[in-house]
Design a protein around this ligand. Structure first.
Ligand SMILES: *[C@@H]1O[C@H](CO)[C@@H](O)[C@H](O)[C@H]1NC(C)=O
Ligand SMILES: *[C@@H]1O[C@H](CO)[C@@H](O)[C@H](O)[C@H]1NC(C)=O
Ligand SMILES: [Zn+2]
Length: 382
């Protein structure tokens, strides 16, 4: 009898285990396979699902729509603030370059870490209780979808969004060429000029667009960082790209041009990069991309640093390093190791943000009608 009962129990247990393969111990997230590259619908379902399944601390955020109408999706992970208080916010994103698939996946890894670690891991619990953590895995869904449609290099290695063709392009021996797409990371209003070669060429991979913020994807980010929801309380932002193992500081629209608190940004970046290195010796170079590689105008993070009080603003060029040419998509078995090591650097940033802002009250609740005055104040020390 006893034997039979335990056999039945075991059977039931096995059946349940087989029927719900995605339920890991403590997992609160829908299944997302980080051992392979996923398509846009998997990202969309995941982001919506994780918010739907965890309403007490995860909220779905749609900050706008792409050219082709796809939602620019993310989540806010954080326990609601006590009445009358505003939490400090931080932002992680998978960038705006179509082919940089590992960055999108690492952003999902971060969501996994935060959501499944809440009330399980003390450090994560502290982050979720103390901060509002915004995560936007894919800020260029149209380009991403396009880059997945073919292995042909011109498609697989697509970088821009899917803006309609512009026929003022030039090539080595020709002019009036028609090319599609705008580089969303050249489209922000910082250092933008019609004379910026090659960013003024529609056939360049880095076409800046006809004017600053010509693209709905960059306007959506601009409008959200300026919105009463996060302006005045966003304290750190990390935008992930591939590749090069570079920890990029502002500013990049001009060489040897730095924000006044550059030393603080650099010190923290060095500490975070050291922490990443300790995991499996992935070595990041820290500095501005302008100084390390060359200037790039119209960058998202440059614009955010210049136009908002957000202090720690970084771009991470994830592995592999620069020696490998055109290695935007590492073999997918690297996604989890890269997620793990990068997360260790993110923890260094979050710890610093919490330490540095513990005596800060983010600017008072902005007026609900969202007037411009609600955005002028900066962080105020109590
Ligand atoms: C095409 O690109 C050029 C160069 O940036 C720009 O001046 C022009 O306005 C663009 N045309 C359209 C239709 O956007
Ligand atoms: C918005 O709120 C501010 C402050 O509460 C108030 O002074 C202003 O009149 C309001 N504006 C509108 C259009 O309601
Ligand atoms: Zn990039």
């Amino acid at each position: 009898m006893f034997v039979m009962r335990s056999t039945v129990c075991l059977l039931v247990y096995l059946l349940v285990a087989v029927w719900t393969p995605q339920t890991k111990a403590g997992a609160r997230t829908p299944f997302f396979d980080l051992t392979q590259y996923n398509d846009w619908p998997q990202f969309e379902d995941y982001v919506k699902g994780v918010a739907h399944d965890n309403p007490s601390f995860v909220q779905l955020k749609t900050i706008g729509r792409s050219r082709e109408g796809r939602p620019l999706l993310g989540v806010r992970i954080g326990k609601p603030a006590p009445a009358g208080r505003r939490k400090i916010a931080v932002w992680l994103d998978g960038g705006n370059h179509a082919r940089e698939w590992p960055a999108f996946h690492v952003a999902v890894y971060f969501i996994e870490k935060l959501v499944n670690g809440y009330l399980v891991d003390d450090k994560i619990t502290k982050y979720v209780n103390t901060l509002d953590i915004y995560v936007f895995p894919v800020l260029n869904p149209d380009g991403f979808v396009y880059s997945r449609t073919s292995t042909r290099a011109t498609i697989r290695q697509w970088r821009k969004n899917r803006a309609p063709e512009n026929c003022t392009g030039t090539g080595p021996f020709s002019s009036d060429l028609c090319c599609e797409g705008v580089d969303l990371n050249r489209n922000y209003d910082i250092g933008f000029s019609h004379n910026n070669y090659p960013f003024n060429n529609p056939c360049s991979d880095e076409f800046q667009g006809p004017r600053p913020f010509s693209e709905p994807e960059s306007r959506a980010v601009r409008d959200f960082v300026m919105s009463s929801e996060i302006y005045g309380r966003l304290y750190a932002l990390v935008s992930m790209h591939t590749h090069g193992q570079l920890w990029i500081l502002p500013y990049n629209y001009h060489k040897r041009t730095y924000p006044q608190d550059f030393k603080d940004l650099e010190t923290l970046a060095n500490r975070a990069a050291d922490r990443v290195f300790a995991y499996r010796e992935t070595k990041y170079r820290v500095g501005t991309a302008a100084d390390m590689l060359g200037t790039a105008t119209g960058g998202a993070t440059d614009w955010i640093k210049k136009n908002t009080p957000t202090k720690y603003v970084y771009v991470l060029e994830l592995p592999p390093d620069m020696k490998t040419w055109f290695a935007f998509q590492v073999k997918p078995h690297w996604l989890i190791p890269i997620g793990k090591e990068t997360w260790l650097g993110i923890e260094v940033i979050f710890d610093q943000v919490i330490e540095e802002t513990k005596n800060f009250q983010p600017t008072s609740e902005p007026s609900s009608n969202g007037t411009v005055d609600s955005r002028s104040p900066r962080f105020r020390q109590l």
